[in-house]
Every structure is written in C-alpha cells, then in structure tokens.
Design a protein around this ligand. Structure first.
Ligand code: FAD
Ligand code: N01
Length: 540
C-alpha cells in the first residue's frame, strides 16, 4: 500500500460510481440480490444521471418510453404499475421514474449524493480499490464498478474569448434546475445534434430571435411523438414478455429488428414505399428497413436521399433546405436525431441558420458570436455541443491500476478492453457500458441490464469459488480489440466525423468507441465467456 490510510476507512465489498439507470440497477443487484455491502457515490444531489442533468427545453428520450425503462429483470410489478404518458417521455417524467425506482427499491440509503470521485487507485497488496472524493473522503472496496454513463462529461469548445461574453451562456447538459426564460431574447444555439434538434423548436417559440450555428447537418428522422392511450398501455403490458425477449436478441436492443433484405434487391418504387411506411411509423424504424444500410454505400445512399427529400419538402427556402440536407457522410454514421417539427422551425421569421462549416466560429465576443462572415449579437448563448463521450468521464475518475499505470495512459491510443467491461492491469474493475461494448449503439437500458446482470453473475461466481481477484488476460484483451476493429471495418461508421469515433473532441484518439456487432450477438459472447468459467479472465 503506497499511502497511509485513516483507521476509520469504510471497507465495502463493492463501490459503484454513478446513480443513473446503471448505478441504481447495479446497487439493487449487489445489495438486494447478492447481499453484498455496497455504496454508490454520486456527484449530483439526486438520482437520474442523464435525466438529472439534461433539463433543457424539449429534452425527451428517443427510444420509445415503454422499452426505455427497466425490464422484468428488475421487477414485473413495476412494469405493471408504471404508465408512461407519451410515446417518447419528456425529461421530467423519466426523472420521476428513476426517482420512483430509487424509492421503491429502497436504494437511497446506500447512495452518497454530492460526492464526486476524483481518484481511484488499486492497492495490489490488499487487493482492493481506494477511492477518493472531492470532499476529501476515502473509501475502500474489493470491487469498483463504474456506472458513470457514456454521455456525462460536457464538451464546451474552447472558442477564443468564450468567457468574455456579457450575456448568459448555458450548456444543455448542465441546464439550470429553475429553467431559463428566453422570452424576448436573441439567442445563439451552437450545435445541431440530437440535443440541438430537440431544443431549437422550443426556444424558437419563446425567443425574439434564434440564430443556429450548424457545423454538420444531420439526417433527422420524424419522431412521431404522441400521448399513450390506455388501450395501447394495456396491449404493451400484456406483451411485455415478448417485447423484452426481442430487445435482448436484436441488433440495437429495440423490440424490432433489421429486415432481412438488401436495399438494392427491391425495385425503386417498392423501396420508396418501404421507406415511407417506416417514416410514417416514426422513430428509428427507418434504419431497420434494409440490412445493408450500414454496410454498403450505394444502399445507404437510397436512405440518405429519401431523407434529404423529406427535408426539401418541409423547408420553404430551397437554399436553407440544401444547407440542412447532409451530403458529407452516409446516413446513420452520425447518430440521427429524432425530431418533432425541427425542419419547420426554419420556416419561421425569427430563426436564422448559419453554416459554420463554411464560415467557422472565430470567437465569442462580449456581444455574441463572430464568424468569418461577421458578428451575431445575442443576449444568450446555448452550447448544444455534446459530450466527451465514453472515455471522458472514465478518465476524470483518475483511475490508477497496477504499478501506477493510469487508465488515461493505458488508453492513450484508444480503449483496450475485454468485452468493453474490464481491462488488463486494472483488477476487480468493471465498467457498465464501457467502450467497445454495444452501449450507445443500442437502446441503453437493455445494454445496461445485460452488463449489470453479467457483473452480478460474475461476482456470485467469484464468491462461490472463493476467488478474490479477476482481471482479463492480455491475450483475451488483444483478441477483443482485434474483433472490435474487424467488425467496425465492415461498416460505414468510421466514415463520419462523429462523437462515436471521438471526432468532436480535438486531440481525442480516433476509433469507434462503441461495439457495432449487435446487442444479441454481444450477449451471446458474454454468456459464453461466463459459461466457460469466465474464459479470458485470470481468477486468483
Ligand atoms: P448516466 O445517466 O449518465 O449517469 C451517470 C452518473 O454518474 C451521473 O449521475 C453522474 O453525475 C455520475 N458521475 C459521473 N462521474 C462521476 C464522478 N466522478 N463522481 C461521482 N459521480 C459521477 N439512450 C437511449 O438508449 N435512448 C434514449 O432515448 C436516450 N436519450 C438520451 C437523451 C439525452 C439528452 C442524453 C444526453 C442521453 C440519452 N441517452 C439515451 C443515453 C443515456 O445516457 C442512457 O440511456 C442512460 O441514461 C445512461 O445511464 P447511466 O446510468 O449509464 O449513465
Ligand atoms: O451532442 P452531439 P448532442 N464548433 O455531439 C456541434 C444522446 N442524446 O448533445 O456534428 C461548432 O451529437 C457538433 O457539430 P459536428 C444521443 O446519443 C439523445 O446533440 O461535430 N459546432 C454537433 O452539431 C446523441 O447522439 C437524445 O460537426 C460544434 C453538436 O455541436 C448524444 O446524446 C437527445 C463544435 C453536438 O452534437 C449527443 O447529442 C439528446 C464546435 N467547436 C442527446 N463542437 C435523445 O434520445 C461541437 N459542435 C432524444
């Protein structure tokens, strides 16, 4: 042990960081199923994670609510009790749901709020993790489980002069709890990802003027949000066993899968009909119409052009429509936002679109935003500029493994994991939805449950076998990274400058961070590893 440890150090079986979907379910499994001593450390003053922090106007899920939730793995009774009010629930409702889960399963008593982890070091002699917090506390635990989310470290671009702005600025991922009144204000919105696309129509209804700074247009898909009727609710509840079974097998963790046909195998008019039908249903169904949209450029182009034409139909000014219609990357190689009236927003008198790909933002000035074309004077700036995804938050935990190796050093040339769940030289560390697991390329609660259940099963196995330590072998890790890279190379995903490949953060290593092999396939691989006595892990 390198440092003296105070005598009142609290020793736990497991320490979990984060109290969103992942941390809540992990705590339930550790404490209520395995009977282990466990504690969750959470920076916020409440549960919810994503849904605690992202309170911007228009925030809602874009997996349908009835499967953007915990499954029967947590509780069949909860499924029966809880009724979603909308097809895609808004942030306040999802937060209420997670608060309800915390209360219903009595989780809060083992969650320490307002507690930010700043360092976690592996103590090889004692076989435990020592975890330090911003407040100066230290905890010790045999197992450290990160449940810190893939999208929880905000990206605030380093524009020159950013802090000189005289008005108010906001990042969507750190939205004020009391809300923001934009009435009569001139507002700049920087960013047109899934967040910007939700926020812009809402702010445009309130503000005097909205200027949108767009660097890359997206292929936004119609969301088709609507209230949930009691008939629909009953049907879903009766169907839940089949719905959950499907979500666990499909490629993206949705209860509907990709059709078994290629885009160019059907005549043009039939293909259009298929696209139209999927479009009318709303949500991500358009991405599941053909099985080669992510694999074949020509196939992809058919969907891309369908979506560009939808934009052209809806935006009155043809020049603005062309600015909004993506041509520089294939469809679904950046996360397509779901939209509800986004494109029509550009038909409003009080909305201006600025192309900052052509004319980049040079500086934030005291009065507003300056591009090569001139200065835009505004009262407020909204940064809808996304996150340092997947690794940003893990690095901020200050994780140090064996022999003083930090996670940031080990992953300087990109993540190296086994199954996206563990990494060599960091014994007894598990990452829920870590890089190189399906994570953000899936309906996340399904992937979260799969990871948590797998970790719980693993911990039970270690206990039954009287084993204290677990760590992937270098060979197993090598094999997983090679497999991950091979699957990635089969797809079009590396082609776009997306946050999926780290392109949104200057200097970040470029590789595909999530695993694209599919939720069902991945689950099979993980189950097989477990069935073979945790093959690829060294147990001691
Ligand atoms: P999070 O919810 O991110 O929770 C992580 C927690 O860890 C946070 O509370 C954070 O405060 C805490 N934490 C982090 N670092 C520390 C530290 N150092 N010390 C202490 N605590 C720490 N996914 C979908 O599948 N479908 C959707 O429709 C969808 N919609 C989304 C909408 C938005 C606006 C965003 C941003 C993401 C969305 N996602 C969606 C992804 C979403 O992040 C996941 O679905 C899910 O909420 C992640 O849960 P989590 O518990 O893993 O992580
Ligand atoms: O972040 P993003 P987000 N100068 O990174 C632009 C989930 N989510 O918060 O595309 C100028 O996608 C950037 O431009 P570019 C979902 O998984 C889900 O919107 O990099 N512009 C982009 O337009 C999503 O994918 C939901 O060229 C800059 C925008 O800012 C993920 O969270 C809702 C810039 C950032 O888009 C992240 O979404 C919301 C710069 N320096 C979020 N830097 C739903 O489920 C960045 N940009 C509904």
């Amino acid at each position: 042990m390198s440092e003296a440890v105070s005598t009142d150090l609290r020793e736990l079986d497991a320490l979990v960081v984060g109290a969103g979907f992942s941390g809540l379910y992990m705590l339930h499994r550790l404490r209520n199923t395995l009977g282990m001593s466990a504690l969750v450390l959470e920076a916020a003053d409440d549960v919810g994670g994503t849904w605690y922090w992202n309170r911007y106007p228009g925030a809602r899920c874009d997996s349908e609510s009835y499967f953007y939730s915990f499954s029967d793995r947590l509780s069949e009774d909860l499924l029966e009790e809880w009724t979603w009010s909308e097809r895609f629930a808004g942030q306040p409702e999802i937060l209420r749901y997670l608060q309800h889960v915390a209360d219903r399963f009595d989780l809060r008593r083992d969650i320490r709020f307002r507690t930010t982890v700043t360092a976690a070091s592996w103590d090889d002699d004692a076989g435990r993790w020592l975890v330090d917090t911003e407040g100066g506390e230290r905890f010790a635990a045999r197992f450290l489980i990160t449940a810190v989310g893939c999208l929880s470290t905000t990206n605030l671009p380093e524009f020159p002069g950013r802090d000189s702005f005289r008005g108010e600025s906001f990042h969507t991922g750190l939205w004020p709890h009391e809300g923001v009144d934009f009435t009569g204000k001139r507002v700049a919105v920087i960013g047109t990802g899934a967040t910007g696309v939700q926020l812009i129509p809402e702010v445009a209804q309130e503000a005097a003027h909205v200027t949108v700074f767009q660097r890359t247009p997206n292929y936004d898909i119609a969301g088709g949000n609507h209230p949930v009727t009691s008939d629909f609710d009953r049907r879903i509840k009766d169907d839940y066993p089949q719905i959950w079974a499907r979500t666990r097998e499909t490629a993206f963790g949705f209860p509907y899968d990709v059709a078994d046909r290629t885009a160019l195998s059907v005549p043009e008019d039939e293909r259009q009909e298929i696209f139209e039908e999927a479009w009318a249903k709303g949500g991500f169904r358009l991405g599941t119409t053909f099985n080669d949209l992510l694999l074949d450029e020509d196939a992809n182009e058919t969907a891309a052009e369908f979506l560009r034409n939808k934009i052209r139909e809806r935006v009155d000014d043809p020049e603005i429509a062309e600015m909004l219609a993506p041509k520089d990357h294939p469809f679904f190689t950046k996360r397509p936002p779901l939209e509800n009236g986004y494109y029509e927003t550009y038909n409003r008198e009080n909305v201006t679109l600025v192309d900052v790909n052509r004319s980049p933002i040079e500086a934030i000035t005291p009065a507003g935003v300056r591009t090569a074309d001139g200065e835009y004077e505004v009262d407020s700036i909204v940064y809808a500029t996304g996150f340092d995804a997947m690794t940003g938050t893990l690095f901020k935990l200050g994780i140090t493994g064996r022999d003083g190796l930090t996670l940031a050093e080990k992953w300087a040339e990109g993540p190296r994991t086994y199954l996206g769940i563990a990494t060599h030289d960091f014994p007894n560390l598990f990452m829920i939805t870590g890089p190189q697991s399906p994570s953000v390329l899936s309906n996340m609660p399904v992937s979260i449950e799969q990871h948590v259940d797998w970790v719980a099963g693993c911990l039970r196995h270690l206990r039954d076998q009287g084993v204290d330590r677990i760590e992937p072998t270098p060979e197993a890790e090598e094999g997983w990274v090679a497999h991950h890279d091979e699957v990635t190379a089969m797809t079009l995903l590396p082609r776009a400058n997306s946050w999926w490949v780290g392109a949104n953060i200057p200097g970040k290593h470029r590789s595909l961070y999530p695993y694209v092999g599919g939720v069902g396939v991945y689950r099979g691989i993980c189950d097989d590893v477990a069935a073979k006595g945790y093959e690829g892990f060294a147990l001691s």
